[in-house]
Design a protein around this ligand. Structure first.
Ligand SMILES: [Zn+2]
Ligand SMILES: [Zn+2]
Length: 368
């Protein structure tokens, strides 16, 4: 038995209840969760914007300790500290074989089914199957995931910090470093100062950007972006964000513009903030039916690159340990990203704070 936060119906609060957790099958591991972050993607599911089978255990930004391993598991052992990887790539599909595990076909399939590889899950509630979001199901004291979804990490970092690396840090830092490949001396704008936006900012600063403009609507968060490497801030509630960014760049626009909210309007804003020949990277997740309005003439005449970034175009087995090494070396700030810590029972308070935009990141700390 384990306590888990279950979504039974869209739009309703999560219910913290006892679930049965089966043991790991071949190639799977059972993880005792120590910490799990509250991400906008979980919130999208709660609101019904990313339709998935219900009931489901949400949570995908998690860290914990391996409790049990199934037959044939070789990459991780009982007692290892691990960060969950919500894109457990198969290593065999055309994307994996061509160096893009972030786009793995098999992992994308599991995103839609809410199951593990064999089409079943390891959670049961009152005799009913409970699905697991992104194979992780991290809002549970215990979960069972594919071996490739549990990435071993160094043991000297706090679990709260390690959990962040599993989604917001790899997504944000990766978007700056892998997708945009921000160059030293370049100019950057980041629309949206949440868990991901802060990490794009510090990723861009780490890559040597000379100007990093943070755009948000909450003054306290904008002030905090300065300690992560933002050089300028724009409150989009007080001024037109696109004009403000153009003013700060002599009318040119930035070399790289990032959107980390997931709204069509702010995606178009980010595109309009990029200079001619510059790059716009969409990181925020919009609902599947939404479209973005972009001036059609500008597409050829301004020759901008418009792209997206999923999981920061990263490779978790390589990137999670590397990001935690950067943290340990003092080059990535992770503790200050944690605005509030909740117990599993308080999870709905955490989502209320996420909805109001007051937290950079809220995190669940599991009881011992
Ligand atoms: Zn996430
Ligand atoms: Zn694959």
């Amino acid at each position: 038995m384990a306590k888990a936060a279950i979504l039974h119906r869209y739009g309703e609060p999560l219910a913290v209840e006892d679930v049965e957790v089966a043991g790991p099958k071949r190639g799977e591991v059972k993880v005792k969760l120590k910490a799990a972050g509250l991400c906008h993607s979980d919130w999208h599911v709660i609101q019904g914007q990313l339709p998935l089978p219900l009931p489901i255990v949400l949570g995908h930004e998690g860290a914990g300790i391996v409790e049990e391993v199934g037959e044939g598991v070789t990459s991780v052992q009982v007692g290892d500290h691990v960060v969950l990887n919500w894109v457990p790539s198969c290593g065999r599909c055309r994307w994996c074989r061509t160096g893009r595990p972030d786009l793995c076909e098999e992992a994308a399939r599991l995103t839609a089914t809410g199951t593990l590889l064999d089409g079943t899950t390891r959670f049961w509630w009152k005799g009913k199957t409970v699905y697991q979001f992104l194979t992780a199901g991290a809002f549970s004291e215990y979960t069972v995931v594919p071996e490739q979804a549990a990435i071993p990490i160094r043991r000297d970092v706090p679990f709260e910090v390690a959990a962040l690396v599993g989604c917001s840090v790899i997504t944000g830092v990766g978007a700056a470093i892998h997708t945009a490949q921000v160059r030293p001396g370049s100019t950057v704008a980041v629309v949206g100062a949440g868990g991901v936006g802060f990490n794009i900012i510090q990723g861009a600063a780490l890559a040597g950007a000379k100007q990093v403009i943070a755009v948000d609507v909450v003054d306290e968060k904008l002030a905090a972006t300065k300690t992560f490497g933002a050089t300028h801030t724009v409150n989009a509630r007080e001024e037109d964000a696109v004009s403000a960014v153009l003013d700060l760049t002599d009318g040119l626009g930035v070399d790289y513009a990032f959107e980390a909210i997931g709204r069509p309007e702010t995606m178009a804003d980010a595109y309009n903030m990029a200079r001619k020949g510059g790059m716009t990277v969409i990181v925020g997740i919009a609902a599947p039916h939404e479209t973005v309005g972009i001036n059609a003439f500008s597409l050829p005449s301004q020759a901008k690159t418009l792209t997206g970034s999923w999981l920061g175009q990263g490779n978790p087995p390589v990137d999670y340990p590397k990001l935690l090494d950067l943290y340990a070396a003092g080059k990535l700030k992770l503790e200050p990203l944690i605005s509030a810590v909740y117990s599993l029972e308080q999870i709905n308070d955490g989502f209320a704070a996420l909805k109001s935009g007051q937290n950079i990141r809220g995190i669940i700390r599991f009881a011992e």
